[in-house]
Write a protein that binds this ligand. Sequence first.
Ligand code: ZN
Length: 135
Amino acid sequence: MEMDHLGIAVRKLDNALPIWERALATRGSPPEVVESQRVRVSFLSVGEPHMELLEPISPESPIARFLEKRGEGIHHVAMRVPDLAVKLEELRAAQVRLIDEVPRKGARGRLVAFAHPSSFGGVLTEFVQPTDGKE
Ligand code: ZN
């Protein structure tokens, strides 16, 4: 298992993305809406892990609630696993509190599931299964 990305909550992706692109001298992926999370995201690559900038697209988005409470900043860490269904079984066996009991569709067409911060030292943790075994 490797770290896949760090998720960073931003208020306005169109403002934040150019700043990050300039600072890191790289290009973000074209912004993509993830309906299940009510967010718009872009990934920046400077090697691994990647950075995922997340902007809420509605007040009901978990990111909107995060921004309200904590402001902009690191929202979650994501670990890459070869088989998410197997990993969820392992996490359940390890008494990890899951937010997603079953994999669901995340950004970049990948399957994702979130575990509760109470099981990971206060850090919201996402598990990501790459599509077709590629990045
Ligand atoms: Zn993520």
